[in-house]
Design a protein around this ligand. Structure first.
Ligand SMILES: [Zn+2]
Length: 143
């Protein structure tokens, strides 16, 4: 529990949410700002803030529950796919400072049109540039 964290309040039951399902380390509920009907958030029960801060066990719980929610969306809402989204850190435009995975149910030609958004922003680095960045990423961070 973390002071003034709305997701911790939802987990603890002191703030309302349209809950879907939970497991030992994660909870799924509907976002109050959906971009499609059934748009769910999966949160770790521990107050984890950013993506690199979660444990492997929490990721297993979050993504396992996300897959369960996707199966339920497909069965109950007739969705045919999902788009997952996770923003981390202020630079990553994270909106609530408690890690959350978005599971957006998708239908064919549902108008979200993420591909054109993505393609307009794609860079075209050559192999040398990619290899240079990969070299930097292979160096393990210090303690
Ligand atoms: Zn929290």
């Amino acid at each position: 529990m973390h002071d003034s964290c709305v997701f911790c309040e939802i987990i603890g039951g002191s703030s309302p949410a349209s809950r879907i399902v939970e497991n030992a380390e994660a909870l799924a509920f509907l976002t109050i700002g959906p971009i499609r009907e059934g748009h769910a958030l999966i949160v770790p029960k521990r107050h984890v803030v950013e993506f690199p801060d979660a444990t492997a066990s929490e990721f297993a719980a979050i993504f396992g529950l996300g897959a369960e929610v996707a199966r339920r969306q497909r069965r109950a809402l007739g969705s045919k796919g999902e788009t997952l989204f996770l923003a981390s850190g202020a630079a990553g435009e994270q909106s609530v400072s408690h890690l959350h995975l978005h599971v957006v149910p998708r239908h064919e030609a549902d108008g979200l049109d993420l591909t054109s958004w993505w393609q307009k922003r794609m860079q075209q680095p050559d192999r040398a540039a990619l290899d240079s960045i990969a070299d930097r990423l292979r160096v393990r961070p210090g303690p």
